[in-house]
Design a protein around this ligand. Structure first.
Ligand code: GLA
Length: 733
């Protein structure tokens, strides 16, 4: 990280990439000069094209507007000549919205500051450096700090922004992007497509590519959580890029609430890329002296295609984001009773499952929804976190002790942020639900969302959960959130602060999980939101794993897990084997394929083990063995996407290679059997060209370069939805 005083350029280098910011003109505009593959010069201010017409304002004050409409701004203001989307907008006391941020100062230092109350990547003084650029809008008295951190071991720039009101008047922030980049991407040479992750309940994070036409294209969430529908991630993918080659720029938001991710292709074909809290319904009051901290965006450039980006993000999140003591540990194989029993269970039923599970080698029983209040369906009791003794006579302690005696750990489900209109809590505190006064709020799954902007509500929720955890030996919590926010209103917040609700809500969720994991440091926390609607880097700061989707169908999971593994380490993907016909899509797949697909994630079961066929049950001990054999590799290794069922509609294949390249596990799923074919030749990736690898199944030994350049034959299997694991180990020299 250097500042070249002569050229007034900041140069941030990672192992393979450079990021350049320039100061321009005596006025001190902060410009974006470059982001991409490493370059050597730190005096490359010409990249901002300031030498070309339209000249910079000091030379062409008459046409200042032409400069503003073209200059690559590092943090564009608004309403002063730049018609592209702004990074910051305000409402001042006079009702005006004009912002222009000018350089004032900067600092470069070792380490990375920890933002208060927000998730963020972390690094020490020895492996991380930070640049802070202070800018100011003198008219408003608004101070902005642009923050950039780079890591010794990751090709990423972590970027965030904080804003301080240094005036003596209140200022309302109505838009604040955490990152904005004006990228000069001449389409004559290389055209970029936009990659986003789109979805719905039961089909989260499907990869979607689209052309970037002129104008704006954006994805986002205004649902109060990162959402099933769009994901706080986007990538610019060169048309020349594939899995292992070519340019890919990734942008990933470390946040779990409303977001926008947008690309604007301008009249000059440059791209303005922005990511931040969604401006819809956002209005944050900054009183004199107050500051606002925006969440962090991870920027990454890969010259090694999509796979390079995936591996960079996987390592970054494993090494610099997830804090749980479980992040480097094998997780207990769990069995969850949701699809086994839904709401219809009692102590005896759970113990039956536990006994059978123990015999098969399963390590933990998780009691899902329906254990509290009088909840026998999804219409009641959220908020009443006391055990239903009719279902669980003797209470939680009795049940957990019995499960422990059988030899299993015990985990429990909560949905702490919610309140059922039919609950004791709602009857006592109807104003604790988020609602606009005098307007009946919209029900979803017959529930409301708690107003977590209120301190007493946060305290209630925290103690309700903590009290249950203290009652018995509970070693795992599944923290669910089954509806999205509507009717944004709070009786607690004043008129001027209603626009703060959604962000305050997310901050409160973070606070709750921070407190919980501090008070119960050994607790294994798994986040969940109607499946995977809050699977984002923000939540990974608090929990090492997140439930990927309510859809456990092995074939749909190939697509969901491909999109998820594109940016998240496999160690974070909650993945279970469930019963067939699948409860979401009705599909029948072989038990072995369900197991092989779930092995790519945290692994567990979601079925009534006392009721499944003898044939399926007999396979569980073998799957348990495979989990123990391969999980260290899956959790720690490098991920390579070899073939995608999403693209070819026939065959899916991915590979995990150990960091020392001495071991690899390849998962092949033949979704459709091809008639009269015998085998496919699959080219592997990421191996050591000079090592000889033994295929454990066939005993054959080949050099890494042969397996990567010529391929390995995968025999066609009989029938659809068949799968196979190939395990390669390096031979001793
Ligand atoms: C959500 C979760 C499921 C299950 C149910 C319980 O849908 O994703 O796994 O816990 O809630 O109501």
């Amino acid at each position: 990280m250097v500042y070249n005083e002569a050229s007034r350029i900041f140069k941030l280098d990672t192992a393979h990439t450079s990021y350049l910011i320039g100061l321009v003109d005596e006025e001190g505009f902060i410009g974006h000069a470059y982001f991409g593959k490493t370059i050597s010069d730190s005096n490359a201010g010409y990249l901002m094209r300031t030498g070309e017409p339209p000249f910079v304002p000091s030379q062409n004050g008459r046409d200042r507007s032409s400069f503003f409409d073209a200059f690559p701004m590092e943090f564009p203001g608004c309403n002063t000549g730049d018609y592209r989307e702004s990074a910051i907008e305000v409402l001042d006391e006079g009702g005006h919205n004009g912002v222009e941020i000018i350089y004032r100062d900067h600092r470069i230092f070792a380490g990375k500051p920890t933002p208060k109350g927000l998730p963020a990547t972390f690094g020490g003084d020895d492996d991380c450096m930070t640049l802070e650029i202070d800018g100011v809008d003198k008219t408003l008295g608004l101070e902005v700090t642009l923050r950039y951190s780079v890591f010794a071991d990751a090709d990423v720039v972590a970027r965030s922004v904080s804003v301080k009101n240094a005036s003596d008047q209140p200022i309302f922030l109505t838009r604040l992007m955490s990152a904005s980049l004006d990228m000069d991407m001449e389409p004559v040479q290389e055209n970029y497509k936009l990659l986003t992750l789109h979805g719905s309940w039961a089909r989260e994070r499907h990869m979607e590519f689209r052309e970037i036409g002129r104008g704006k294209v954006s994805v986002g969430s205004t649902r109060g959580e990162s959402s099933h529908q769009e994901h706080p991630f986007m990538a610019l993918v060169s048309e020349k890029a594939d899995q292992e080659n070519g340019s890919v720029y990734g942008f990933h938001f470390v946040y779990s609430g409303n977001f926008i991710a947008q690309v604007e292709r301008t009249q000059f074909d440059s791209l303005r890329v922005q990511m931040g809290i969604h401006p819809k319904n956002f209005c944050w009051q900054l009183k004199p002296g107050e500051s606002f901290e925006a969440p962090e965006v991870i920027l990454t450039y890969s010259a090694e295609g999509l796979g390079g980006m995936s591996r960079t993000l996987h390592d970054l999140y494993r090494n610099h984001l997830i804090r749980s003591p479980y992040k480097d540990k094998k997780r207990p194989i769990l069995i969850n009773n949701w699809e086994a029993t839904y709401f219809d269970f009692n102590t005896e039923k759970l113990l039956d499952i536990a006994r059978e599970a123990k015999k098969a080698g399963i390590e933990m029983l998780v009691m899902d929804d329906g254990w509290f209040g009088y909840r026998n369906d999804d219409n009641t009791s959220l908020g009443d976190w006391t055990v239903n003794e009719k279902k669980l006579p003797g209470g939680l302690k009795h049940l957990v002790d019995e499960v422990n005696k059988i030899g299993l750990k015990f985990g429990i489900w909560f949905e702490p942020e919610m309140i059922s209109p039919d609950s004791d809590l709602y009857r006592a505190h109807p104003d604790w639900a988020i609602a606009i006064p005098d307007r009946t709020p919209c029900r979803s799954r017959n529930q409301y969302v708690l107003d977590l902007t209120r301190r007493e509500v946060v305290e209630y929720v925290y103690h309700a959960v903590a009290r249950v955890l203290q009652e018995a030996n509970i070693e795992y919590v599944k923290w669910d959130m089954n509806r999205q926010l509507t009717d944004l209103g709070s009786v607690y917040l004043g008129r001027e602060n209603q626009g703060e609700l959604s962000h305050r809500y997310v901050l409160a969720v973070y606070e709750l999980q921070e407190r919980l994991t501090r008070q119960f440091p050994e607790l294994l926390l798994e986040n969940c939101s109607g499946g995977g609607a809050r699977f984002d880097p923000g939540m990974l700061y608090y929990s090492p794993q997140i439930w990927c989707s309510d859809d456990t169908d092995a074939i749909e999971r190939l697509v969901i897990q491909e999109g998820t593994a594109l940016i998240y380490p496999l160690s974070t993907m909650g993945a279970h084997v469930s019963d067939c016909p699948n409860h979401t899509v009705g599909r029948n797949t072989p038990f072995s394929t369900r197991g092989n697909v779930a092995l790519a994630g945290t692994f567990g079961y979601e079925l009534d083990i006392t009721k499944i066929s003898e044939e399926d049950r007999a396979q569980i001990p073998e799957q348990v063995k495979l989990y123990h054999k391969y999980n260290d590799l899956v959790r720690r290794g490098d991920y390579y996407r070899i073939a995608s069922y999403r693209e070819n509609h026939f065959f899916d294949c991915y590979e995990v290679v150990a960091k020392d390249k001495r071991e690899a596990l390849i998962t092949c799923v033949q979704v459709m059997r091809r008639p009269n074919y015998h085998s496919r030749m699959i080219k592997l990736a990421g191996l050591d060209a000079n090592l000889r690898y033994r295929n454990e199944e066939t005993g054959e030994v080949y050099y890494g370069d042969t397996l990567m350049n010529a391929g390995i034959p995968v025999q066609e299997m009989w029938g659809d939805f068949q799968s196979r694991l190939i395990h390669l180990t390096a031979e001793e020299e």
